[in-house]
Design a protein around this ligand. Sequence first.
Ligand SMILES: [Zn+2]
Length: 252
Amino acid sequence: MPHQRHLVVFSGAGLSADSGIATFRGADGLWENHSIDEVCNYDTWERNRESVHRFYNARRAALAEVQPNPMHRLLANWQTRFRTTLITQNIDDLLERAGARDVLHVHGVLSEMRCLACGSVWDIGPKAWDPSEERCPTCGSRDRVKPNVVFFNEPAPLYKPMSEILGALGRDDVLVVIGTDGAVVPIGQIAERLPCRKVLNNLEPVAPENFVPGMVMPRQFDRTLFKPAAKVVGELDEIVTGWMAAWSGSGL
Ligand SMILES: [Zn+2]
């Protein structure tokens, strides 16, 4: 059996930034005078239930106002042309709305709720969740329902399949990293160890004074594109299409 090249795309906030989704990292990191840590922290969220749900209700409402950008559409298009796996840290559904399927959302999904009492997960779409009224449809819990989004200090069960997918990349495969500096998932360190072809697209290189181990560095990649994601669609498509079509001669 000939090896079928595998294209894996790992994306972060920079992918959706061009659609107008706020990231809340950097700058002052505040939301309505709450620290982001207060509304996204697994250890304290039940004390701050009301603000947590108000924050995520606002995020869900904001999502209804934005559209996929050309890079979301390119990634969805790759799935029709290549054996492609899309892994994202983004909790929005812009890849799906661009036509992508089976996206591995390692930090959860904004439109889903999860009940910590019984483990149920369900989709509420763009709607607000009223934490004083609404309940888990399976067990009736009211206070233990949280957005199905991975908070600070919360385990991320999808890191395991993510690591397996990335770890299986061989020298004929391709890794595309878009819109993440590697501060949360250390994709720079991961990429460095992989034998595949690798391309990075970020707005700009990580400033030396902000660098911590795990982050992305140009030398970990064969190609780097430092521009907004939506502005490098043609160039990135050309690089990836060339790599996916190239015959390495291995196996002869
Ligand atoms: Zn429940």
